[in-house]
Design a protein around this ligand. Structure first.
Ligand SMILES: [Zn+2]
Ligand SMILES: [Zn+2]
Length: 147
């Protein structure tokens, strides 16, 4: 009988723990569903991890980008994330936060100017790259740290 009672207590505690974890999980997921884009970017937390690889985090610290002009297909160079996107040929102009409406051709490594590889980690949530890495000098950029 005492064994049975004890087992009941453990099960109850475990159940409460799981319910608590589920609540925490919902809280963590909720803010990510708001469709954050480059213009709604929040400051990422301070980088506490020790790393020897050169790099940066956050949309604001994004590497320079080359975009395709949707009107004339010319390449548009946008150095900083919030710079205006001005086509040098047809003079089309886009606001910095219209970045994800344009086709990205490449990111340029801010250290050695090599074309970087880039990709998305959550294509269902974000319509823009979340990372870029330079194979030449190992410079790496992340939209944000791990959740
Ligand atoms: Zn153009
Ligand atoms: Zn590089």
């Amino acid at each position: 009988m005492p064994v049975y009672v004890e087992r009941y207590h453990v099960t109850g505690a475990l159940h409460a723990l799981l319910a608590g974890l589920k609540r925490v999980g919902n809280r963590l997921v909720a803010p990510l569903r708001r469709g954050e884009g480059p213009n709604k970017f929040r400051l990422s937390s301070v980088d506490t991890a020790t790393t020897t690889i050169d790099g940066s985090v956050g949309w604001r610290n994004r590497p320079p980008a080359t975009l395709a002009c949707p009107q004339c297909d010319s390449e548009i160079y946008q150095r900083h994330a919030h710079d205006t996107i001005d086509c040098p040929r047809c003079r089309a102009t886009f606001d910095g936060n219209e970045f994800d409406d344009l086709e990205l051709i490449a990111f340029e490594c801010p250290v050695c100017r090599t074309e970087m590889r880039h990709g998305t980690r959550h294509p269902e949530r974000f319509g823009f790259p979340e990372w870029a890495t330079c194979d030449a000098c190992r410079y790496h950029w992340e939209f944000r740290h791990s959740y």
